[in-house]
Ligand binder design. Structure first.
Ligand SMILES: C[S@@+](CC[C@H](N)C(=O)[O-])C[C@H]1O[C@@H](n2cnc3c(N)ncnc32)[C@H](O)[C@@H]1O
Length: 230
């Protein structure tokens, strides 16, 4: 899934309001599109996934091994949006250099990154289509968000993309269940996880995007900040 335009998502990332040392992508899957703008504002980027097979694909992609998916149109498009006249190849090389590790994650553990990264140590998290897809019920979804937010420093940033009112999606012949969530559910979960919403926007699926691989209604984009302890 790739939706990025002049209006969505996260214009603040382009303005450099969100920056720091470490950016961690939670549940990266085998994809890198979700980092193409945000990574520029951090010195170290860490990608994560639950599945070893996805971590292997990412490592192959980052070391430019033959036969990996061609992300060049995505790089080209993001370079165009950023409007700096930069070559997509330069950006691609920079991303490869900036990602220091691809490590396991389990959002259902109280320390989702185990011993690799301690709670309260991260400046910014990105996560796309992971929490709602990997949580069996609402209680697990709330808890997973709390676990993930626990990784952030006080006032650390969360850049979160998810799907609204989706109950399934297809991967080949396999029909995978998704926890169907609404905008209100996302906002309540953020409040329970002691986060302040800085931006919240939604994108409705157009009829042309409804091609039978899922029953999603829309996408949400959130920029939230972990509340500092009083
Ligand atoms: C729908 S994919 C999203 C991948 C990618 N972020 C994207 O935007 O396309 C969900 C990802 O969550 C991972 N996942 C599954 N169980 C998980 C868990 N318990 N904790 C963290 N990630 C998990 C899956 O392996 C998968 O790569």
């Amino acid at each position: 899934m790739f939706i990025q335009s002049e209006k969505t998502p996260f214009p603040s990332v382009y303005l450099g309001e969100i920056k720091g040392h470490t950016l961690v992508d939670i549940g990266s899957g085998p994809t890198i599109y979700q980092l193409l703008s945000a990574f520029e504002h951090f010195q170290e980027v860490i990608m994560t996934d639950y599945l070893e097979v996805n971590r292997q694909v990412l490592k192959m992609c980052l070391s430019n091994e033959p036969g990996v998916f061609d992300w060049s149109p995505y790089f080209e498009y993001v370079c165009k949006l950023e409007g700096k006249g930069e070559s997509w190849k330069v950006k691609q090389t920079r991303l490869r250099e900036r990602v220091s590790r691809v490590i396991p994650v389990d959002i259902h553990q109280s320390s989702p990154l185990g011993r690799e990264l301690a709670s309260g140590s991260i400046d910014c998290l990105v996560s796309s289509f992971c929490l709602e897809v990997c949580s069996p019920n609402l209680e697990a979804f709330h808890k997973a968000l709390e676990n993930v937010i626990g990784l952030l420093k006080p006032q650390g940033h969360l850049l979160w993309i998810g799907v609204l009112k989706e109950s399934y999606y297809m991967v080949g012949e396999a029909r995978l269940s998704v926890l169907s969530i609404t905008e209100d559910i996302v906002k309540t979960a953020l409040s329970k996880a002691k986060c302040i919403i800085r931006e919240f926007s939604t994108y409705s699926m157009t009829p042309s995007m409804k091609v039978g691989v899922d029953d999603a209604n829309g996408i949400f984009f959130v920029w939230a900040q972990k509340d500092a302890p009083k």
